[in-house]
Design a protein around this ligand. Structure first.
Ligand code: NAD
Length: 301
């Protein structure tokens, strides 16, 4: 493709989880024909019910579309979907643009981009921020690494899912930006949880404390959204704890590789590790508060 895709360009979407389902719906709403693939048939059927076509494999999907989008949990999942026997690379063709919107290790993103280039295809890393709500509302922030010209070609497709679409740099740069994002989110969740436990332990109403803080310099989306989840004790994901730990591990590995100390992220990674060890890996990451509650001998709500 040499110009932006017209709205009848077929788009493939692989990975229909908490994020991928609403993102694929928004691509459909944008007028693009969408072909889907997921390991879970029910997830594909949900999208088929609103107009998507189901592919039998990532290879079949790649043969049927011009642009391939992926939103999978972790590096090995993206490697399997691209490089597996029936993977995208088995069905790709020169000039095809593959956009990986999963959060994975930058080093893996770079390797996969080179593997795509060896087949004449272009792979962009384009992880997202904004959570389930941003995915549903089509307001995600999309951080892109790789060929800037290819980004311009697929920008109209990405614009159906996100409001801020930024070219960060070369291949892997999008994933580095996402790792930075996840350091801030995880450390902020810990700070919000810690503050609300302090309020409760001091005999002060955490609901009122959050309300007051939302109007001041301590405002953050995390205080707003995760603070509300903590007070409602609603740990339905959202963002699964195991994926939060995956992202902190990516940040810590990247820090090690480049010599950037991440003392707060390292501490919070250990606290999330407690949650994992307790068997709560599928809960929303706001459940981190339960670890702090146990340490304080005090529940927030
Ligand atoms: P999820 O676990 O809800 O969904 C992942 C989906 O991928 C599932 O439907 C699963 O069946 C499918 N899958 C796994 N391996 C596959 C394969 N080889 N082929 C086809 N399908 C496969 O995860 P999610 O919350 O949607 O997150 C997806 C990615 O987006 C992750 O990298 C995550 O870190 C990132 N992310 C999530 C959020 C969030 O708030 N949930 C926000 C920003 C970024």
């Amino acid at each position: 493709m040499s110009t932006s895709p017209p709205a009848d360009t077929p788009v493939g979407f692989i990975g229909l989880g908490i994020m991928g389902r609403p993102m694929a719906r928004n691509v459909l709403r944008g007028g693009y024909p969408v072909v889907v693939y997921d390991l879970v048939p029910a997830a594909m059927q949900e999208l088929a019910a609103v107009g998507a076509t189901i592919a039998a494999s990532p290879a079949e999907l790649a043969r049927a579309v011009d642009v391939v989008l992926l939103c999978l949990p972790d590096s090995p999942d993206v490697e399997a979907a691209l490089e597996g026997e029936q993977g995208v690379f088995a069905g790709t063709r020169p000039g095809q643009i593959i956009v990986d919107m999963s959060s994975i290790a930058p080093v893996v993103a770079r390797r996969l981009a080179a593997a795509a280039a060896a087949r004449g295809a272009i792979l962009l890393d384009a992880p997202v921020s904004g959570g389930q709500v941003g995915a549903q509302q089509g307001t995600l922030s999309i951080m892109v690494g790789g060929d800037a010209g290819a980004l311009e070609q697929v920008r109209p497709v990405l614009a159906t899912m996100g409001k801020t679409i930024l070219h960060i740099g070369d291949s892997g740069a999008g994933q580095v930006a996402k790792a930075c994002n996840q350091v801030i989110i995880a450390v902020t969740i810990e700070a919000v949880a810690e503050a609300l436990v302090l309020a409760a332990k001091a005999g002060v109403d955490p609901v009122k404390v959050r309300e007051a803080l939302l109007g001041g310099a301590a405002y953050s989306r995390v205080l707003e959204i995760h603070g509300a989840r903590i007070l409602a004790r609603d740990f339905t994901p959202g963002f699964r704890t195991r994926l939060q730990v995956k992202d902190l591990n990516i940040a810590l590995e990247t820090g090690r590789a480049y010599g950037a100390p991440l003392p707060a992220a390292a501490l919070v990674q250990q606290l999330f590790g407690v949650l994992m060890a307790q068997g709560d890996s599928e809960l929303d990451h706001a459940a981190l508060v339960t670890v702090l509650e146990e340490m304080a001998g005090q529940t927030v709500a």
